[in-house]
Design a protein around this ligand. Structure first.
Ligand SMILES: Cc1cc2nc3c(=O)[nH]c(=O)nc-3n(C[C@H](O)[C@H](O)[C@H](O)COP(=O)(O)OP(=O)(O)OC[C@H]3O[C@@H](n4cnc5c(N)ncnc54)[C@H](O)[C@@H]3O)c2cc1C
Ligand code: FES
Length: 261
């Protein structure tokens, strides 16, 4: 797992406060797999500040890209990054999504920046499926043209009804599972509530669901235990897994969700 200096090639604002950052980082882009992430040191934050994890959105020809949303101090500072600046990256980290054998129909479910690893996944899966995309409003629906360029149909839902079906993306999933004859396999990235609902639906339907968890991280390499998640073991017990190293992708049946507080 290399730590490398990456050069900022392009940094562009997208809709809804999201931004696209393209970096030249051949040592990471080459081996990167869909669902893996990079741990980025943000220039301008004090040297002792933590790195921030970001999913890999694209990786080809020595370049990798991330999509991010400005939510706090780190991403606000990241948004000021000038083209040509060098940043320190660790990666590729984490296990990534499994690239299935083509016998099941992939159903990708994401919202906001959660669609970033799903674009990369759609470009590498052996069989095309469908992407179900949700968000608060139309500005949270990203990368629609990427999926369409790859030949994947896109269905959308927004909570305010500004694009697609009004409501949660899980309503699209319900409809899809009721109407499809193909054996589905689900891949999801987004907030915990959505992942939990997708996982529950997969278990009820008897299909597999690969869920990418978004936990707070410190080291990113399995050493500090800041990102632990309780999971079931094959023997019927539980153990603590590290989201950064054992994940971030887990099959729905592995995850022991916290009781709502
Ligand atoms: C495996 C993994 C992949 C990720 N991929 C991406 C990605 O592709 N794009 C991306 O934008 N982010 C991604 N994240 C989340 C990203 O790491 C955080 O958005 C980032 O660390 C926030 O840093 P910050 O300094 O701006 O905010 P902080 O200062 O750490 O947080 C400031 C405030 O924002 C809140 N906050 C933090 N994160 C979020 C969030 N995600 N949504 C809403 N509020 C939040 C905090 O609770 C806090 O109140 C990923 C996280 C993980 C674990
Ligand atoms: S962030 Fe340190 S163990 Fe996962």
């Amino acid at each position: 797992m290399p730590i490398c200096d990456a050069i900022t090639l392009k940094h562009v604002p997208l809709t809804g406060g999201y931004r696209l950052l393209r970096l030249q980082a051949p040592a990471i882009a080459g081996p990167a797999r869909p669902g893996q992430f990079v741990h980025l040191r943000i220039p301008g934050l004090e040297p002792t500040a933590l790195r921030r994890p970001f999913s890999i959105y694209r990786a080809e020809a020595g370049e990798l890209s991330i999509l991010y949303k400005r939510v706090g101090r780190g991403t606000e500072m990241l948004a000021t990054l000038q083209e040509g600046t060098t940043v320190s990256l660790m990666g590729p980290l984490g296990n990534g999504f499994p690239l299935t054998d083509g016998t099941t129909k992939p159903v990708l479910i994401g919202g906001g920046y959660g669609v970033a690893p799903l674009v990369f996944l759609a470009s590498r899966l052996p069989r095309k499926g469908v992407i179900l995309m949700g968000g608060r409003s139309a500005g949270d629906l990203l990368c629609i043209e990427d999926f369409e360029a790859l030949g994947w149909p896109v269905e959308t839902a927004t909570e305010d009804g500004s694009r697609g079906t009004r409501g949660y993306v899980t309503a699209l999933l319900e409809r899809h599972l009721e109407s499809t004859d193909a054996a589905p396999e689900l891949f999801a990235c987004g907030p915990d509530g959505m992942l939990r609902a997708v996982g529950a639906r997969a278990i009820a339907t008897g299909c597999r669901a690969w869920l990418s968890l978004d936990h707070h991280m410190v080291c990113g390499i399995g050493a500090c235990l800041a990102c632990i998640q309780k999971v079931h073991t094959p023997g019927g017990g539980t153990r603590l897994a590290r989201v950064c190293k054992d994940g971030p992708v887990f099959e729905a049946r592995e995850i022991v969700w916290k009781e709502p507080s």
